[in-house]
Design a protein around this ligand. Sequence first.
Ligand SMILES: CCCCC/C=C\C/C=C\C/C=C\C/C=C\CCCC(=O)SCCNC(=O)CCNC(=O)[C@H](O)C(C)(C)COP(=O)(O)OP(=O)(O)OC[C@H]1O[C@@H](n2cnc3c(N)ncnc32)[C@H](O)[C@@H]1OP(=O)(O)O
Length: 250
Amino acid sequence: MTNGDPSTDDDRQTGLVTYSRTLLAPAELARRDRAYAALTEAVRELCDAQLRTEVDLEEVGAVAAEVRAVTARLLTSARERSFGIELGHDGGAREHGNAVLGLRNPFACAVGARAMFWDDRGARATLELGALYEGPPGCVHGGVLALVFDQLFTEAAAAVGQVGMTAELTVAYRRPIPLGTVTVDAWLEVVDGRKRRMHATCHDGDGNLTAEAEALLVLPRWLEGSDAIWPKRPPVDALDGDVSLDPSVT
Ligand SMILES: CCCCC/C=C\C/C=C\C/C=C\C/C=C\CCCC(=O)SCCNC(=O)CCNC(=O)[C@H](O)C(C)(C)COP(=O)(O)OP(=O)(O)OC[C@H]1O[C@@H](n2cnc3c(N)ncnc32)[C@H](O)[C@@H]1OP(=O)(O)O
């Protein structure tokens, strides 16, 4: 099957996952990533602005027409389906459609160089969850937090070489989470064959523990022996200050 994109080779199937491999030189790939990241950021800013705007209704109508015109320009050349996974030159997955950290997904909240980190225990995300992620008034939507936990578990498992897909996810919401900065830590607790038991915490901007989560990840039978590589993230010590992932350190 061909994916219709001349910058990648054809689709391949590994179990349930369809992926292609880039045909572009690294410099060209980086140039495109910068351009698409800038577009994604601009659209994200637009989403936030349209949510909060109080301009008069005539202006609202005019802006809607302009946005539709811009959408039509983008659709003059567009893939028909989701981004899927494209493999880069090092075999690393370029998951640019991912709902939490996709470079080309304006809904993604874990974006930018300071959003996602790994160490030898697991993964940490430091996120700005603004008005677009609201559930209870002024607070983060519980489903959005579950989404972030889900991704963090995958990251934490990958950080220690134990990838898996989420089979079960349980969240304990301990106190409302004000919109703003949240820090989520996830780590591996137990490996039992293809099963990985995970734990995670969420702290608000004042350092309060707001939620905890547990998950069972399972290395899918179809992924055993695959050469697919989850993309590596910067080490936690790339951050300023004390950001140990040790769960005993609060
Ligand atoms: C996955 C990451 C891999 C990274 C690889 C690198 C590069 C890129 C390639 C692929 C990337 C793909 C996706 C990653 C992207 C984002 C992820 C974000 C997180 C998610 O968004 S992820 C989506 C939600 N997630 C699902 O879409 C899973 C649907 N599901 C299944 O795909 C199967 O269901 C699966 C695979 C879970 C198991 O299938 P299977 O055939 O491999 O294994 P099997 O059934 O034999 O179970 C083996 C042992 O696990 C126990 N077990 C199984 N399921 C259980 C359950 N629910 N509760 C309690 N125990 C359970 C059994 O009881 C047995 O235990 P025992 O050995 O003791 O008998």
